[in-house]
Design a protein around this ligand. Sequence first.
Ligand code: ZN
Length: 373
Amino acid sequence: MYEPIPGKRIFNALLDQDCIVLACNPRIIPGVAKGIFNAAKELDAPLIMELARTECNQHIGYTGLRPSTLASRLYEVNEEVGHDIWALHADHIGIKTGLPDDMADAKELVQEQMDSGFTSFAIDASHLFDFDGATVAEELAPNIKATIDIANYITDGMSGKEYGLEVEVGEIGRTGDGGMILTSPEEATTFISALRDAGIDPQLIAIANGSTHGNVFDADGNPIQQVSIDIERTKAVAGALREAGLGVRIAQHGITGTPLGLIAEQFPHGDILKGNVATLYQNIVLDALKEHHPDLWQEIWDWTLTNKPMEGRPDIEVFGKNVKHALKPFFDMIYEMSEACEAQIERESYKATEAHILAFKSAGKAELVRQAL
Ligand SMILES: [Zn+2]
């Protein structure tokens, strides 16, 4: 009844509508998923639900979930809520080597995702980069090849059904004195044009533009806000894609920690068409666990510092960056949380989602998608 719709329908309907579609990561489902779906429904905002390959795969990722479990749990929650404009998205289908075993494993993952009803996919072969390439096209050739291979696999598997497609450059690329070199407009247009030439039709591209995944800390390990996204470069890349007549816009990863005022006032809505918010929801769950289940929270804290240490870094930073790895060993205990704990998570997730939808200017935009269906 409230099954996910093809991501392509959402992204194409909202192309140049000056809004950002909120993509949420329900890494821990209880309370989180319901709060998110309810807020999106209440504000009539389009919604993406997504987990990455590392988090959720056919071998069970670090969230303790596999694609079929994630999908069925989300359907169950949304059957109750009833939000109609949403897509189930496979975030970061990361291709690390591009070798036959890696590609075969990625296809096995994609197969389970398709079988489970996923309607949108992000192929991330950005790790494949030819440093010896003489031109941008040559540098990107291994990424292009792997992306085409997986995209064709999805197209075949979906047998005529539409789906959303996000592709990625820049996770690993050239680094300079100041760290990673940001994706250039030429890199983005070269990449997308090559995919188009091969009959692949992405709606979104993730680029290197200064964001980081996860919580952000300063040199001393104090949690800080993220203000590092290079807005001018982001606009330049989107502008080049627009000028080239490519109906592709930017997927902004790693938004957690970015001040909402900055998003509302300075983010280029429309140039950025999809915005991923992940760690924020994990933080909400951990705060609630600390309050309602302090012993469990302490066990998770101790486990993280013991099993995922970071040489010379303060405990709070180690926890903030690595607690995600505790989700699988503590899966059963976390999912057995009290009703009061779950209710708090739901309230906080609702509030956070509402605030992001407003900052993303996507309230009311579900109607545009509905009309285009
Ligand atoms: Zn990401």
